[in-house]
Design a protein around this ligand. Structure first.
Ligand SMILES: NC(=O)c1ccc[n+]([C@@H]2O[C@H](COP(=O)([O-])OP(=O)(O)OC[C@H]3O[C@@H](n4cnc5c(N)ncnc54)[C@H](OP(=O)(O)O)[C@@H]3O)[C@@H](O)[C@H]2O)c1
Length: 291
């Protein structure tokens, strides 16, 4: 299979590409700077210089010509970013970028499509399980990220799955080397990490290697028309940070009751397990060196 990837140079793309190549696939990778794409400059990867937000539509179509599948993994939010860093560009990548990619997919006759989405657009679920039927939280204050995600997913859902077998993968918070987990480990070691609120909010993590495996399966074999949470077993934030501290051999982080409790995402991955025959195998804990 020949697979076009936007966002191929990111932590997720770098986990996905070796899997595709090992399976005998060819990859066409969109990268804003080919010079910065050395990590994915592997035999079987064709690098195409381009910016998803500014690319000439005809050039994008030509890059996709002959591809069997395409995936949108691009984001402008860097691992560990806080506040609104990159949020506007990410919203544009989700809305304009998705529109541009889908137009090219249709024009080039690409038959399979994977859209990366996020579970963080669900409403605060407290202790309730969140599955794919839970409506996204569109309130500006409660989930400012939700609106572009809703629009993005709506564009994908509007595709005829008989023509383009689409799958939306709603990823949990990434863990693994190169993800925001690195910064949490650094803060725990430095003694500056705290647990906001009472720490009882749930977090649904996913190892980048596990989401890469789910993406490989969706690109190759999903029937189309599925929206799937790609998450590992949820854990309460306080328990996660305490256990991570224990693994690192450092003191448990202090609770910060004055800080507002983060939203709680206790997400079920049952649909992904049933649809893709996938199950996470890497866990959420780092291999700790230098203890
Ligand atoms: N990180 C998480 O916890 C998390 C959780 C759930 C879902 N996700 C989703 O997973 C996807 C990838 O995340 P990631 O962690 O791999 O991000 P990342 O490591 O920061 O990589 C971002 C990628 O997006 C590309 N990109 C940025 N702006 C672009 C533009 N204008 N045109 C084309 N490409 C552009 C970057 O390419 P360049 O080489 O050109 O910079 C890079 O390949 C995103 O859809 C994100 O929403 C992330």
């Amino acid at each position: 299979m020949r697979v076009f990837i936007a966002g191929a140079t990111g932590v997720y793309g770098r986990a996905l590409i070796p899997r595709l190549l090992a399976r005998g696939d060819e990859v066409v990778a969109l990268a804003r700077s080919v010079d910065h794409a050395q990590a994915i400059a592997l035999p079987g990867v064709e690098l195409v210089a381009g910016d998803l937000l500014h690319e000439d539509p005809e050039r994008l179509r030509r890059a996709m010509a002959g591809c069997d599948a395409a995936a949108h993994l691009a984001t402008a939010i860097r691992p560990g970013a806080t506040g609104s860093d990159g949020a506007n560009t990410t919203a544009a990548l989700r809305i304009d970028g998705t529109r541009r990619l889908l137009d090219a997919v249709i024009a080039a006759g690409v038959g399979r499509y994977v859209q990366q989405s996020i579970v963080m657009a669900y409403p605060d679920g407290g202790d309730r399980w969140l599955d794919e039927d839970t409506p996204f939280d569109q309130g500006e204050e409660r989930a400012p990220t939700a609106h572009p995600v809703v629009t993005m997913e709506a564009m994908v859902r509007a595709l005829d799955p008989g023509r383009v077998a689409w799958t939306i993968l709603r990823g949990g918070s990434f863990v693994g080397p190169g993800t925001a987990q690195d910064a949490v480990i650094e803060r725990l070691r430095a003694g500056t990490q705290t647990v906001p609120g009472d720490g009882r909010n749930w977090v649904s993590f996913i190892h980048v290697e596990d989401i890469a495996e789910a993406t490989l399966l969706a690109l190759h074999q999903a029937k189309g028309g599925s929206v799937l949470n790609i998450t590992d077993e949820p854990i309460r934030n306080g328990d996660y940070l305490d256990r991570l501290a224990a693994l690192l051999g450092v003191p448990e982080p202090a609770r910060d009751p004055a800080a507002s409790r983060p939203r709680s995402f206790r997400c079920s991955n049952a649909a992904a397990q049933a649809t893709l025959g996938w199950t996470p195998t890497h866990g959420i804990w780092p291999a700790v060196a230098g203890r």
